[in-house]
Design a protein around this ligand. Structure first.
Ligand SMILES: *Cc1c(COP(=O)(O)O)cnc(C)c1O
Length: 380
């Protein structure tokens, strides 16, 4: 949550180009700019911008610090979680040997298949193909049996990509089962945990606790680091393999260069995230959701309730609003349009035919603006 009490004023850079800024009541979505960096993160970026440095030494040192903070053997900063998936797959294909990196993209001696549970197929998994691998699915969208995963693994398998999050868990093998089956065959497991924060313990849960080789997080979502940053954590050998594929080296993943400013910004964001009182944040969010809820009682055709967990199954409460258009005289999409096209512009989320308001990205004065405007939009 944004702890500013004041409503932020529209920054000059946006005004000068005639751009309309957004009050984000939906989620830390990339399409809306991710999240807003706290001052500590911005300060770290400004300081990083003030000097030259050996980028390999910088990545190593920051990686060590991030590894300590996140209770992992090693860590590496990327320019996003999608880039983290590309680097992880490249690393699993090549290992830490620069001669094997130089064989990319065409050499047939490198393993080129990544196995996923069918129920884990998400739009972001294209990152696997960017790393020159093919996605092989195991099981169906409803379920995967152990034998199906086993049958999908073979000599060309570079890794299993496992997408974390309770919303995707139905019917798939647990991460424990997946890791056991993979490791029995010497195959590494990469976890896409891009949006699985909080809780902070997820920074070590998938890897150190559950045995996955690598886990990938977005820096620009809940961590509130730079929008173009991401984090890979995991086993030292696997991280070393990611790093020989990445910038400043000049091979395929040079296209996903991360700057010294993002590296320091992400480090500051992780430090801050781990130092935060997540229970207190959760309580604040509960309070906002219940206030919102109480403002929406007794409107004909409108019902509102707290929903938990929130977007991407994260442990953050949000408000779900349902509308009966025949009684309320307005549809969900009318309301969404009115919020987006009014001033200030407000973004909300629509999922499973309901409208969702989430307090996590709102300054406290914005929380009032959002509910006032919602009531107004319902009333026409
Ligand atoms: C957001 C997201 C990504 C991409 O993360 P970026 O940091 O924006 O590159 C990948 N996978 C999942 C599950 C995500 O939610």
């Amino acid at each position: 949550m944004n702890d500013q009490a004041e409503c932020p004023t529209e920054p000059d850079v946006y005004q000068r180009l005639g751009l309309t800024t957004v009050i984000n009541a939906s989620a830390p979505l990339t399409v809306l700019g991710g999240s807003l960096m706290p001052p500590e993160v911005l300060t770290a970026m400004v300081q990083a911008a003030g000097a030259y440095v050996d980028m390999i030494e910088l990545q190593d040192r920051v990686g060590q610090r991030l590894a300590e903070l996140t209770q992992n053997e090693a860590a590496y900063v990327t320019c996003g979680a999608a880039a983290g998936i590309v680097l992880s797959v490249l690393g699993c294909r090549t290992g830490a040997d620069p001669r094997r990196v130089a064989l990319l993209p065409y050499d047939e001696s490198l393993p080129d298949e990544v196995v996923m549970h069918a129920a884990h197929r998400i739009p972001y998994d294209r990152a696997v193909e960017l790393a020159g691998a093919r996605i092989m699915t195991a099981g169906t969208v409803l379920q995967t049996f152990e034998w199906e995963l086993e049958a999908a693994l073979g000599p060309r398998t570079a890794a299993i990509l496992y997408v974390a999050g309770d919303h995707l868990r139905r019917g798939v093998l647990s991460l424990d089962q997946t890791v056991r089956i993979a490791h029995d065959r010497g195959i590494p497991v990469i976890v896409d945990a891009a949006a699985q924060l909080p809780p902070p313990s997820n920074l070590w849960h998938y890897t150190t606790e559950q045995g996955a080789d690598l886990a990938v997080f977005s820096g620009g979502k809940d961590l509130r680091g730079p929008q173009a940053s991401g984090l890979i954590v995991g086993r030292a050998t696997a991280i070393a393999a990611c790093s020989v594929n990445g910038a400043p080296h000049q091979r395929l993943a040079r296209a996903m260069k991360v700057g010294k400013e993002e590296v320091f910004g992400l480090l500051a964001a992780v430090e801050l995230f781990l130092a935060q009182d997540h229970n207190a944040l959760r309580k604040q969010a509960e309070h906002t959701v219940s206030e919102w809820c109480s403002r929406l009682t007794e409107i004909a055709g409108v019902s509102a309730r707290r929903e938990f967990p929130g977007e991407a199954a994260r442990p953050i409460p949000r408000l779900r609003v349902d509308v009966d258009p025949n009684v309320a005289g307005v549809t969900i999409s009318d309301i969404v349009d009115r919020l987006w096209h009014g001033r200030p512009r407000i973004a909300v989320l629509v999922e499973r035919d309901g409208l969702y308001l989430s307090p996590e990205n709102l300054a406290s004065c914005e929380q009032t603006v959002v509910i006032d405007r919602l009531l107004h939009a319902i009333g026409g």
